[in-house]
Unconditional design. Structure first.
Length: 88
């Protein structure tokens, strides 16, 4: 009985406190989705720079366009050439 209870606790335990606040990046073809960013630092032709919780993500590419934007999710479309991450 105790081992079954322990198994259920391990199975359904809560993730670490900052788990849901971490940024996620998804890339599929010419489309990139970025979740849980803090703010847009800069957006210009060929470059998008985002402030994350623990650093900065910069995306470089051709024909980059912000397709959708909400409080914590951004969809970027274009030819993604490179990404850089720097801790600040």
């Amino acid at each position: 009985m105790h081992s079954l209870r322990g198994w259920f606790r391990r199975m359904f335990r809560q993730p670490p406190g900052d788990f849901y606040g971490r940024a996620s990046v998804y890339l599929s073809g010419r489309r990139m989705e970025i979740e849980q960013f803090r703010r847009i630092r800069s957006y210009e032709e060929g470059k998008l720079c985002l402030e994350l919780g623990r650093g900065t993500l910069t995306v470089y590419g051709d024909d980059l366009k912000i397709e959708t934007l909400s409080a914590r999710r951004l969809t970027l479309r274009g030819q993604i050439l490179r990404t850089d991450f720097s801790k600040e």
